[in-house]
Design a protein around this ligand. Sequence first.
Ligand SMILES: NC(=O)c1ccc[n+]([C@@H]2O[C@H](COP(=O)([O-])OP(=O)(O)OC[C@H]3O[C@@H](n4cnc5c(N)ncnc54)[C@H](OP(=O)(O)O)[C@@H]3O)[C@@H](O)[C@H]2O)c1
Length: 358
Amino acid sequence: MLRRVGLAKRVLTTNRHYSTRFGYAHSRCLVFSDFGQPEKVLKWVASPPLCMNPIEGVYPEKPEFTLELGTGGKSAVPGNEGLVEIVSCGSKVNPSIRPGQWAIMSGPNFGTWRTYAQAREANLIMIPDKEGISPVQAATISVNPSTAYRMLNDFAGLEPGDYFVQNAANSGVGRSAIQIGRLWGLKSINIVRDRPGIQKLKEELRSLGGTEVITEAEAKDRRSMAKMTGGQPVKLALNCVGGESATNLARILGQNGHLVTYGAMSKLPFSVPASALIFKNIHCHGFWISAWSKGNEAVKSQMIIDILGWIRDGKFRDIPYEITKWSEATGLETLMEPVKRGISEYSGRKGIFLMEDD
Ligand SMILES: NC(=O)c1ccc[n+]([C@@H]2O[C@H](COP(=O)([O-])OP(=O)(O)OC[C@H]3O[C@@H](n4cnc5c(N)ncnc54)[C@H](OP(=O)(O)O)[C@@H]3O)[C@@H](O)[C@H]2O)c1
């Protein structure tokens, strides 16, 4: 699964007044009217008005299908995440918000796969200073880096020098966790699946700040794991995979450790050994950034400022990504290309739509 990130060039911030300098905003968007395989349900509309999971309908929080997009039947625009540029504000909008400023979405289901949108202030988090930040960096901050930040900060009371362990360490969230961990003085054990060229991947993740990078098979060797940490307990485990990999994380955790599940890439359930629960007092949690974001708006804004600061100071590296340019002339075929690729294979790169003027 590959999440697509929409990068809307423009957004309007109120429903009171939304004309641009041309008198109106003409938006092109991808829409869907039913949940299902993205390549089957996505349609192309040009009217006033890349995570695949919301389109597949597998997230509990679903977008609302509406007639407001001017489509024949009810439909919704996909795209949870992205960066927008303000083009126009209504008279009642906070005067500190001005055209030219950047903003990201405050919650899920904004519908970023479109060239223009109309939004309320509450739907956006303003980027206070875009100096030194690329549009792609800002567009990809609110899910993966934010998830990693919260999981490292909120569950195990980690202190500098403490160990955490994670599987799928080469994922977007995993790469963020490695870097935030390094910035906070944490030591990380990073587990990845074996592959041709594994040494190159190991070196890359170490260069981000990973203390140890090992394969799933190496992570099962209890003796070498204990040697690796010098007997220090591992206090937190981040589980993106499930199945056997997650069970092994529970085994690696030390006394009173915390296992936080945020993904299920293998689509397999997992078991936690009774001994880990009874004798080691392991705590199991789930984390979902969308649910956390509700009611934590102020904390989220501060977290975004922290992450932007690291990016600006060159302390936080981009995730690997590939861009599909989207202008007025772009056809459905071109836009569906990365969507189809994202479903059939994991390329190791995030797909990003970049809206451009013709
Ligand atoms: N709960 C939340 O709030 C939250 C927030 C962000 C993301 N997520 C979830 O976290 C997961 C990762 O997201 P991401 O954007 O970081 O992912 P990503 O960058 O697309 O990376 C996907 C990762 O999953 C691994 N993977 C793929 N198929 C696998 C399988 N069958 N078994 C084991 N590993 C597999 C890949 O490893 P290989 O290189 O070995 O294929 C890669 O490390 C997704 O499920 C996403 O929905 C959850």
